[in-house]
Design a protein around this ligand. Structure first.
Ligand code: ATP
Ligand code: MG
Length: 259
């Protein structure tokens, strides 16, 4: 781990109606890091991710992906390097069937139809929904759509995986499969979520957003143990770090951190 794959400098973003959602954000993410971005509803997480991939353009500051400035003319290259799973799967699935949804990105990059097929089948198998390949997205359940949206990104094999609330609408088995899958990836991962137990399992580093500001950027465990900070940001410790609700005894959370 050495070079920065993502660099955010002094980034501010205001929506057209005048709502300032991000205010002078700065951070760097190194190649191969897994970073959780957490914060209460409306903190600015989704807005930040959309600025990272160029779906929104900052009114101040800049974003670099692998030293390339994110701007209109670099977007085709940025899309190849960074794959995003949007918070709302309906933003991602618009073709006549799931196969074509997943094939859309690889076809755009003019891969042979045989290579496209390989990628589509592999990605659908990986997220466990190969059987849905001929179905149309709007007739699927929330969790099935989410899995399909994740498959569209996997098919692009990006260097950086950006995921906005990836476990929302997943049942426990699908959630576990996704966590295991993400853990097996060596790519850089940037995940926003309210599923703090997933963050505890996957991310060594957390960036905490509150009202459009970065209020903390550091080690996952020390942030989760900082009850004052968590409370001020409208957050709670992950369930696996809370005391037993029946007897009040402290839980051991050493399975990952060995403490
Ligand atoms: N299209 C929009 N127009 C105006 N304001 C918006 C728009 N989208 C979001 N906002 C506002 O920008 C702020 C940040 O929103 P954002 O969606 O980034 O929050 P979030 O941290 O992702 O929240 P959540 O946890 O609910 O997904 C909020 O105050 C929200 O109301
Ligand atoms: Mg959001």
């Amino acid at each position: 781990m050495s070079r920065s794959i993502i660099e955010v400098n002094n980034l501010s973003y205001t929506y057209p109606d005048g709502k300032m959602a991000l205010n002078k954000i700065n951070f760097k993410i190194k190649d191969g890091e897994s970073v959780g971005i957490i914060g209460s509803n409306g903190a600015g997480k989704s807005t930040l991710l959309m600025n990272l991939v160029g779906a929104l353009s900052p009114d101040e500051g800049e974003v670099y992906v692998d030293n390339i400035l994110v701007e209109k003319k670099t977007l085709p290259l940025i899309r190849k390097k960074v794959g995003i799973v949007f918070q709302n799967s309906d933003d991602q699935l618009f073709m006549a069937n799931i196969y074509d949804d997943v094939a859309f990105g690889p076809r755009n990059y003019k891969l042979s139809e045989e290579e496209v097929r390989k990628r589509v089948i592999n990605s659908l198998k990986t997220v466990g929904i190969l059987h849905l390949k001929d179905r149309v997205a709007y007739k699927l359940s929330g969790g099935e759509k989410r899995a399909a949206a994740i498959a569209t990104v996997l098919a692009m094999n990006p260097d950086v995986l950006v995921m906005d609330e990836p476990t929302t609408a997943l049942d426990p088995r699908a959630r576990r499969r996704l966590i295991n899958l993400l853990r097996s990836f060596s790519q850089t991962k940037i995940i926003t979520t309210h599923d703090l137990d997933m963050v505890l399992e996957l991310c060594d580093r957390i960036i905490v957003l509150n009202e459009g500001h970065v209020v903390e950027d550091g080690f996952t465990l020390s942030i989760f143990e900082n009850d004052k900070l968590m409370q001020e940001c409208g957050l709670e410790r992950p369930l696996s770090m809370q005391n037993c609700p029946l007897c009040g005894s402290k839980k051991k959370i050493g399975y990952r951190y060995n403490i």
